[in-house]
Design a protein around this ligand. Structure first.
Ligand code: ADP
Ligand code: MG
Length: 699
């Protein structure tokens, strides 16, 4: 049967070739199904209009109705202007602000006209301000008929051609009359009944045309659950398939390498968290199941050591091990650290990165294939095709960003049987996100820092306060400490950023005539970079001026100050990673976040969080919430490994958990995918995989 929902969007009344093109380009909507699954991002009870004099800062999205009195322009950075419109309704005056103002605004909004303005009021400069609100001419709006109004994300391009949110709502209304009735169900009735979920047909209709808030909630819950449930089922089925397909190597013994290292070479006592994680890893590797484990631990929590000990267990059982890092600098540092830890022990460790070339590379590859190399440390170069191990037993992936299933699968092809895999992440991931991105992995957490560390003090300074900033730096250097000073370097503005760094470096050289400075950025030749780094590591230089190349890995326990310039340009997790470069010794360390005097509310929040906590998990949660969708029109969950159409992993933690539990229950009930009562799930999963869903890293 041809699915009616697969019909081209052009065959819907109200969509011509032009709209078809815009819908598909801007929103990826090309079929009826795409439109149906293009859900509103918010609803508003728009029957109520507030007086401007009654606005308050804690109000949600509300509407006011008033006349534009005048426009005003304020120049901003990078030749942009901020346009402000002053609006009055007779009870008071409020402002509307467009941050990247363009002609479009003057073309659409006129002085003297009356508008219904819908947005979130925020106090600014003694009155309330709406930034980028929805605006309609007051004459076009029938307030009494507005009721619960769905709002759809539209882009600037769409607005220019008149394809606004309400035009999408109209298309949805047309589509609703064409849908089969009822829409096919995708969850069995006993499940929807047990979880009190609306039937799919009802949910799909209510989501676009609710009458009450309860309608919205009922429809949303059902659709979010369904979406997250199938994501989880997909992940768990994948893990279940692998478990059935592959056996893991059994590492029975803890042998002389591990024991020697533990009793003779380990320079300090493991923390309790490290011990617990080691027990979890050892238990995994004994069972005959292939280990797929995620090791989470804040920066400086001592993951490298855990990795090394895990690799030693593999060696003790006659296998090779490898460790992969996201950058060359970090790979080199791991290589050096591991060699140092092992000291005189009889373990052959080799390095493989893009810069290991020619004869040397050939040598490494050959001894690796011959089984003479015990531990290979490197970058992603390790998963390239020509790299063959003789008997790879465990692979460690030290990656702060995503390392998907595809990459892991590539590692498996390095030997007949997949090696045990330990993925380490320094960016703590909130549980519900981990459950989704790394959903097929077991999770271990190092939730404790090595003893003797003092919490880093984080301080916010304006860029006008250089005198006191320099004074603080001088004091620390006088006490023998070292200092990082980080400049932002963003791809889009690379040239001017590099110039900033060069200029800044000159200024700093003059400001600290008695000090020696190193300078490192990603555009330098590796040898040059290495030499500058080495000077800082050895203590020859006291100040390291750098871009974020130092974000990962660098370990200089004597460094006690991290200055981050233009901190407003960094994301929360990046700030936290950078801060993690200090506080590694026993001395009190400081992180100074420098910003201009005026910053956005969002930046203010980031800075406040940084100043109030050192806990990476709290920061990760806050980060996810701040960057989550819904607070900015047009922002959807971008950068995720898969497209979620309605659920939001940041906010729907409880539903993620519920979906996970239900998916697990299904896998437990029907691990061989053969029970008739579960057929509905497996059919639906197949259907989803075939249609539009981009579950990239997972399926
Ligand atoms: P990360 O988890 O960020 O990779 P590292 O493995 O680089 O952390 O460890 C940070 C520092 O702490 C290193 O200098 C390491 O030698 C040290 N370290 C690790 N474990 C312990 C411990 N149990 N006691 C004291 N120092 C430790
Ligand atoms: Mg590390």
């Amino acid at each position: 049967m041809l699915d009616i929902l697969e019909q081209d969007i052009m065959f819907l009344q109200g969509v011509g070739p032009r709209r078809k093109e815009i819908l598909s380009k801007e929103l990826g909507i090309s079929t009826w199904r795409d439109l149906l699954e293009y859900y509103p991002y918010k609803y508003v009870d728009r029957s109520k209009v507030y007086n401007i004099c009654d606005l308050r800062g804690d109000m949600p999205f509300v509407q006011v109705m008033g006349r534009i009195l005048s426009f005003e322009e304020f120049p901003m950075q990078a030749r942009k202007v901020r346009i402000v419109a002053h609006v009055s309704d007779g009870t008071g005056v409020c402002d509307i602000v467009w941050f990247n103002g363009s002609k479009y605004i003057y073309n659409n909004y006129k002085v003297g006209e009356r508008y219904v303005i819908f947005g979130k009021p925020a106090p600014y400069g003694g009155r309330y301000q709406f930034s980028h609100p929805d605006m309609d001419k007051a004459d076009d709006v029938q307030l009494s008929e507005m009721g619960m109004q769905p709002h759809y994300v539209t882009t600037d391009k769409m607005k220019k051609t008149g394809l606004m949110s309400n035009a999408i709502a109209k298309l949805q209304a047309t589509l609703a009359t064409k849908l089969p009735s009822p829409m096919p169900e995708t969850l069995p009735p006993d499940m929807t009944a047990r979880l009190h979920l609306a039937p799919r047909d009802e949910a799909l209709r209510l989501i676009h045309h609710p009458k009450t808030l309860t309608d919205v909630q009922r429809a949303t819950l059902r659709l979010k659950f369904e979406e997250l449930f199938y994501v989880q089922l997909n992940i768990l089925r994948y893990a279940n398939d692998n478990r059935r397909k592959y056996r893991g190597y059994v590492f029975q013994k803890v042998g002389s390498l591990f024991n020697d290292f533990y009793s003779l070479h380990l320079p300090f006592e493991l923390t309790d968290a490290q011990k617990r994680v080691m027990r979890e890893i050892r238990a995994d590797m004994k069972t005959g199941r292939q280990m797929n484990r995620l090791l989470q631990g804040d920066v400086g929590s001592g993951k490298t050591l855990v990795a090394l000990m895990t690799m030693l267990i593999a060696l003790d059982n006659g296998f090779q091990a490898c460790m992969m890092a996201p950058t060359e600098i970090l790979a080199e540092q791991h290589f050096a650290t591991i060699r140092e830890f092992l000291g005189s022990m009889d373990v052959r460790v080799e390095l493989l990165t893009g810069t290991v070339k020619g004869k040397r590379r050939k040598e490494v590859l050959e001894s690796l294939a011959a089984g003479d190399v015990d531990i290979l440390v490197g970058t992603h170069a390790i998963i390239e095709d020509p790299v063959m191990f003789s008997h790879l037993g465990v692979a460690i992936v030290d990656e702060q960003h995503r390392f998907g299933v595809a990459q892991r699968a590539k590692l498996w092809s390095k030997s007949d049987n997949p090696p045990h895999i330990l993925v380490m992440t320094a960016t703590p991931i909130p549980r519900t996100l981990a459950m989704t991105i790394y959903g097929d992995l077991d999770v271990s957490v190092i939730d404790q820092l090595p003893p003797g560390r003092k919490p880093i003090q984080t301080i916010h300074k304006f860029d006008s306060q250089t005198t006191s900033l320099y004074e603080g730096i001088r004091k620390q250097i006088a006490q023998g400490r070292q200092v990082y000073i980080v400049f932002p370097l963003i791809k889009e503005s690379e040239k001017s950023d590099l110039k900033n760094l060069e200029d800044g470096y000159e200024t700093l050289c003059q400001a600290f005539p008695d000090c020696r400075l190193s300078k490192v950025h990603g555009k330098m030749k590796p040898a040059e970079k290495e030499a500058e780094m080495q000077n800082f590591v050895s203590g020859t230089t006291q100040i390291l001026v750098a871009t974020t190349v130092i974000e990962v890995g660098v370990n200089v326990p004597n460094a006690s100050v991290m200055v981050i310039l233009d901190a407003q340009r960094f994301g929360l997790s990046q700030l936290h990673q950078l801060r993690g470069r200090v506080g590694r010794g026993a001395k009190q360390s400081y992180c100074i976040l420098v910003t201009p005097y005026t910053i956005t509310t969002e930046t203010r929040k980031r800075i406040d969080i940084m100043c109030s906590t050192n806990d990476g998990f709290q920061i990760a949660e806050a980060d996810l919430k701040l960057r989550g969708p819904g607070d900015l029109e047009g922002t959807q969950q971008s950068g995720m490994a898969f497209d979620l159409k309605i659920a939001d992993i940041a906010r729907d933690g409880q539903i993620v958990q519920m979906a996970r539990d239900e998916a697990q229950r299904v896998i437990d009930t029907d691990p061989h995918y053969e029970k008739p009562e579960c057929a509905i799930f497996w059919n639906r999963l197949r259907e989803i995989r075939q249609t539009n869903v981009n579950w990239g890293a997972i399926s």
